[in-house]
Design a protein around this ligand. Structure first.
Ligand code: GLU
Length: 506
């Protein structure tokens, strides 16, 4: 059974066999979004799992929709996400070029081949005629389709039209009798496309191919063994298989990935760019959190758990486990995914150094104008803060939010200010200094809370809440914020003593 499945998947058991070749074929019409990332990720994982090759092919044949810079942006984002292609426009490779607009000759040759064999024909219908057909169909409440009129032109008629210099496109003759194919996810499929569609254009008047031709020609010439793409292409596959047949080529294996939808089942929103990778990167999300969330809401893995790394995703992937259920994405859980991955980064020595550098920049950006003390920008201090706040923050930038400003800016508080809260300000300060001096090891928040309760008992008339108010002011210059014990632990005894000293002596 397992053997048969592997054979179906095109992953023969023989050793030394060339690994699969898969491709991600985005149209460069804008930024990479989560849906695109997911398609790319499944392809990447599949390739890495089976020692194969992951290819980025830019499908820019619809020149009207191409956005300048989008192709580069997509490749940048794959790199950022940690799933770089092995072959791509930027990296090159033995099967290039990797931009369809640079492969026009190949499509033109392929189209001529189909014209010669009679599998395709020139169509001279004017845009006006096609528009009339469309309107007529809509009036009759039918789906518009080309009526295949030019299929029946005789060679003499074609020659005549050509000699008149009439504009033409190439259409592919859709034959009846489509053979069923076994999709790796959706199982057996048969779509008698000729019954519902007119013959499709495969080469346009400007010499550019349409998606169907370019896709089939490239998958063949690039040696693609498995096509893993969104389920929205499932019905196009019948057309593609007819093209493979007309060329006499063996088709690749197909696996269509169920749709990625919002948690309410609606189409993934692109409102205000909220699902574009660039915006997540800008907001400070870690790529691993994105990879984790878009796979957790779907299928294909032996385990479902928050916090999986890319290596784990690869080892737990099993294409046979992808179901046809749509994946429902709940973006509200993204901060939680990020919190888990951020903790992992903080725990890792090397990744922590990277976070330190990022945090230094964030602090300078947020507080630079308030004269941040050099000491707080030092690596040791930053590392300490990271390790102590690990698990409490979901984004690195949370550490420069208002609540944490005490970490970066020393308050300027006077003794008078403290005394308006309690006449015993001086005594309380000394008690705390004494406590800190007597502590050899760093305290935990719980222990410190207990100690602070005991200290309060040594005052004459200061209530616990006033004592906390006073200490909070001395440490942060603010009336609200994190607990005093938390601030004391995070700042460390030396910094806390310094701040109390300064306030009492000013
Ligand atoms: N260019 C198509 C897209 O933008 C690729 C479809 C396919 O993978 O065949 O989704």
């Amino acid at each position: 059974m397992a053997r048969a499945l592997r054979a179906l998947q095109g992953l023969g058991p023989e050793r030394g066999q060339r690994g699969p070749r898969v491709r991600f074929g985005p149209s460069p019409t804008g930024f990479l979004h989560l849906g695109g990332l997911r398609t790319a990720l499944y392809n990447y994982i599949f390739a890495k799992k089976h020692q194969g090759t992951f290819i980025l092919r830019v499908e820019d044949t619809d020149q009207n929709r191409v956005v300048p810079g989008a192709a580069e942006g997509i490749e940048d984002m794959l790199d950022w996400a940690g799933i770089p292609p092995d072959e791509s426009p930027r990296r090159g490779g033995a099967f290039g070029p990797y931009r369809q607009s640079q492969r026009l000759e190949l499509y033109q040759r392929a189209s001529s081949r189909l014209l010669e064999s009679g599998a395709a024909y020139r169509c001279f219908c004017t845009p006006q005629r096609l528009e009339l057909l469309r309107k007529e169909a809509l009036r009759r409440q039918q789906t518009p389709r080309y009526d295949n009129r030019c299929r029946h032109l005789t060679p003499t008629e074609v020659a005549e039209k050509l000699s008149q210099g009439l504009a033409w496109v190439v259409r592919f003759r859709l034959e009846q009798g489509v053979e069923p194919f076994q999709d790796l996810v959706y199982g057996w499929n048969r779509h008698e496309v000729a019954e519902v569609e007119g013959d499709p254009v495969i080469l346009k008047g400007d010499g550019f191919p349409t998606y169907h031709l370019a896709n089939v020609v490239d998958d063949h010439h690039m040696g693609i063994s498995h096509v893993l793409r969104g389920a929205e292409w499932l019905t196009s596959t019948a057309k593609h298989l007819l093209l493979y047949k007309a060329f006499g080529w063996d088709p690749p294996q197909f696996g269509h990935l169920p749709l990625l939808l919002n948690k309410d089942g609606a189409k993934l929103s692109k409102r205000q760019g909220d699902i574009f990778l660039e915006s997540f990167a800008r907001d400070g999300y870690l790529p691993e959190a994105l990879l984790d969330i878009i796979t957790n809401c779907g299928s294909g893995f032996t385990e479902k758990r928050m916090g999986r790394t890319l290596e784990e995703l690869i080892s737990q992937f099993d294409i046979g486990r992808i179901t046809t259920h749509s994946a429902l994405l709940d973006l509200e859980t993204l901060p939680e995914f990020n919190r888990i991955h951020l903790s992992r980064h903080i725990e890792n020595e090397e990744l922590r150094q990277k976070l330190v550098r990022e945090l230094q920049l964030l602090v300078e950006q947020a507080y630079g104008h308030q004269q941040v003390e050099q000491e707080v920008l030092q690596k040791e201090y930053m590392e300490r803060v990271l390790l102590l706040r690990k698990g409490h923050i979901s984004l690195l930038k949370n550490l420069v939010a208002c609540d944490y400003s005490y970490l970066w800016v020393r308050p300027s508080v006077s003794r008078e200010q403290l005394q308006t809260i309690s006449a015993e300000a001086e005594e309380i300060g000394k008690l705390v200094l004494g406590l800190l001096a007597s502590q050899a090891v760093a305290l935990t928040v719980e222990e410190l809370n207990k100690d602070l309760r005991n200290l309060q008992k040594q005052t004459k008339e200061t209530k616990y809440s006033s004592m906390m108010q006073l200490l909070r002011l001395a440490l942060s210059g603010q009336q609200h914020g994190p607990s005093v014990a938390e601030m004391m632990v995070t700042l460390g005894p030396k910094e806390v003593s310094g701040r109390i000293h300064r306030a009492l002596s000013s």
